[in-house]
Design a protein around this ligand. Structure first.
Ligand code: NAP
Length: 339
């Protein structure tokens, strides 16, 4: 494969998975990081044989330097970089501004460099929030911003809307689509993990003594990476304007804990068994930022279907049970959790 693809956010969980797949297929990969001096050695350690096939550029979502160089010579962009913190910021704009401005910056520089295809890593956060009467969602749904959802959810919704509007108005010939993952788990490369994997870590390392009454949809990082690569390679008419939610299934945290107990009993000694009453979860939310994030999720089903993506892009997801098993094994193998 001679094509060159830019993957923004190469230090990230999903960005790394996409780079892995593209390099394995013979692509030349450009990637952006905030600080190449700091991050390039780490990327070279992960892909020691990449040589000239991997080029690392410093480019921040919040300003212009580096973006023109990173896009030069690329046929496609996977725009993955976005702020994804564990804590809720005091001011929502701390997330919304870099997510929206960063996406528009990435798009404008891509268009100026003649990039033909742009795949945005959006999120199920842009699909399934602010609609209290609904519990099943798919690629046709949009988060309702009027309901004032949490800042990260706003940031992903605003960024995807802004990207679609910009392409329609300024670059109608560019093939644009989004990949909208639910919570991403799966093997980790090192201890610099994504916020999502922290959840599995907390289930197995004893840091949550009881299981809150909530559930999430699960997708595997390998399936998210595959969706991006297929969205880059598929015929234009198949993917133009599309939204590709990746989601294997919805699981209650209680079911996740039980799955871990059954599939990796050797690492499940600290997995909690008792349910946390909702009143206690609400009380803890007064003091603990993580609990504040889940307070609104207690008892909710928020089931996002990924079927459309399997059908259009033509592959089958890894079962969520396998994903959980592989996440736990890799957290232990990398020495991140002593379970
Ligand atoms: P991650 O591991 O935390 O990676 C985030 C990446 O974004 C890092 O490479 C980070 O670079 C970069 N970044 C953050 N702020 C930046 C800025 N101001 N300028 C330039 N780069 C910046 O997160 P991830 O899980 O891979 O998530 C990647 C994308 O997937 C995000 O768009 C996220 O919203 C989306 N997503 C994730 C999940 C999930 O469950 N993980 C689910 C749905 C959607 P540094 O190394 O410089 O910090």
């Amino acid at each position: 494969m001679t094509a060159t693809v830019l993957v923004t956010g190469g230090t990230g969980y999903i960005g790394g998975e996409i780079i892995d797949r593209l390099l394995a297929k013979g692509y030349t990969v450009h990637t952006t990081v905030r600080d190449a001096v700091k991050s390039e050695p780490k990327l070279r350690k992960r892909w020691p044989d990449a040589g000239e096939k991997l080029k690392v550029f410093s480019a921040d979502l919040t300003n212009d330097p580096g973006w023109a160089e990173a896009n030069a010579g690329c046929e496609a962009v996977a725009h993955v970089a976005s702020p994804f913190p564990l804590d809720v910021p005091k001011n929502a704009d701390e997330l919304i501004v870099p997510a929206r401005e960063g996406t528009l910056r990435a798009l404008k520089f891509a268009h100026a460099a003649g990039v033909k295809r742009f795949v945005q890593t959006s999120s199920a956060a842009a699909i399934a929030y602010g609609q209290p009467d609904k519990d099943h969602f798919d690629h046709t749904d949009w988060t309702n911003l009027d309901a004032n959802p949490p800042p990260y959810i706003q940031s992903k919704t605003v960024a995807e809307r802004a990207a679609r509007d910009w392409v329609e108005a300024n670059a109608p010939d560019m093939v644009f689509c989004s990949v909208n993952p639910v919570a991403v788990f799966g093997p980790v490369y090192d201890d610099d993990m994504s916020t999502s994997v922290e959840m599995v870590k907390k289930i197995i390392d004893g840091s949550i003594p009881m299981i809150p009454n909530m559930g999430i949809c699960i997708t595997d990082v390998r399936d998210v990476g595959e969706a991006h690569v297929r969205a880059i390679e598929a015929p234009a008419e198949k993917v133009r304007g599309e939204r590709f939610p990746t989601s294997e299934k919805f699981m209650w945290i209680e079911e996740m804990a039980e799955t871990i107990r059954q599939r990796v009993p050797q690492h499940s000694g600290k997995v909690p068994k008792r349910r946390m009453p909702d009143w206690l979860a609400k009380f803890l939310a007064l003091f603990m930022p993580e609990m504040r994030q889940i307070k609104g999720e207690l008892g909710n089903i928020r089931d996002v279907s990924g079927k459309h993506t399997e059908e259009v892009l033509g592959y089958t997801y890894i079962p969520a049970e396998q994903t959980l098993e592989d996440t736990v094994k890799s957290l232990v193998e990398k020495g991140i959790v002593k379970a």
